[in-house]
Design a protein around this ligand. Structure first.
Ligand SMILES: [Zn+2]
Length: 297
């Protein structure tokens, strides 16, 4: 967010709206606009610029972290993100050749430029794609800005994502936080997450994992409400996480190692290589799931 103003080329708009010229931080700039009724036109312009900016970005052909997350997780899993960029949804489209709809639940807790929603049927999907029920094109969902006081109930799509998130957090066994710094501007989000997680003393089996480059002590302090005693790990590299060391089997691997005291070996996601090679690598895992005959796997 720090250099977002520069990336978007919106410095002039902000100055026009009376935002002090030394404000380069998007968060501060946006908070100033929200507090000023004259700022609504500028805010609309800002939103258009953000959509255009993200639409102009392209994913490389080689596997990205988004491809890895989708391939390494199963439909019973949930990926919740605060990111507005379209990459996760673009990755769904390109990996669907092998995933065939068996993707984790995707929740965009602050909206997303590529996400669509049909409020009538409460169907989530791609922006502009046809709703599976009413066959009307799905409208986009709003982007929630980085200000402290967010209202998650105003938009039906975002409210539905949060409702699902709270339910998922209550039931989850492994909780992984990936590159999310829990900034003070997300006070509302964090208190909702904490509330859903509930009393940490009652989450005695759950494992919390944090993938972040910040020091371990700092991470443990930030995520304290989600960590039962010593039940956490931190990694500065995604490829050292349970998801990457045991793709599509992280829960089973963890349970076998720590609850059943079995020796298990890693089955690391291969690095390098093409997306097609990665798909081939995953085939035995997909086949094992299909042979179980359970779509929920
Ligand atoms: Zn519909």
């Amino acid at each position: 967010m720090a250099d977002f103003v520069q990336h978007l080329g919106i410095g002039d708009y902000l100055r026009e709206a009376g935002v002090p010229s030394d404000t380069t931080n998007f968060e501060t700039a946006y908070s100033t606009l929200v507090g000023d009724p004259r700022g609504s036109d500028i805010r609309e312009e800002l939103e258009t610029r953000i959509y255009e900016y993200f639409r102009s970005l392209e994913m490389p052909d080689s596997p990205t972290i988004y491809d890895h997350l989708l391939l390494a997780m199963r439909p019973k899993d949930v990926i919740a993100t605060f990111n507005w960029d379209p990459f996760l949804l673009e990755a769904v489209q390109r990996n669907n050749r092998v995933l065939k709809g068996r993707v984790p639940a995707l929740l965009f807790l602050h909206g997303n430029v590529a996400a669509g929603f049909c409020p009538k049927d409460r169907v989530h999907g791609f922006r502009g794609a046809v709703c599976s029920k009413c066959k009307e094109p799905m409208r986009g969902v709003p982007l929630l800005y980085p200000i402290a006081a967010k209202n998650y109930e105003n938009d039906p799509s975002i409210a539905a994502s949060w409702a699902f998130m709270k339910l998922a957090l209550k039931k989850t066994f492994m909780f992984t936080v990936f590159g999310y710094g829990a900034p003070s501007s997300d006070t509302a989000a964090l208190s909702l997450l904490r509330e859903a997680w509930g009393d940490v003393e009652k989450r005695s089996l759950e494992q919390t994992e944090i993938i972040d480059i910040r020091p371990k002590e700092e991470l443990a302090k930030t995520w304290e409400p989600f960590i039962h005693t010593h039940h956490y790990e931190t990694h500065d590299d995604f490829f050292d996480s349970w998801i990457a060391k045991h793709p599509r089997r992280s829960g089973e691997a963890y349970w076998n190692q720590y609850m059943m005291a079995k020796f298990i070996s890693n089955n690391r996601i291969p690095k390098g290589g093409s997306l097609e090679e990665l798909w081939d690598w995953y085939q035995p895992l997909f086949e094992a799931e299909q042979s179980q005959g359970d779509e929920r796997l």
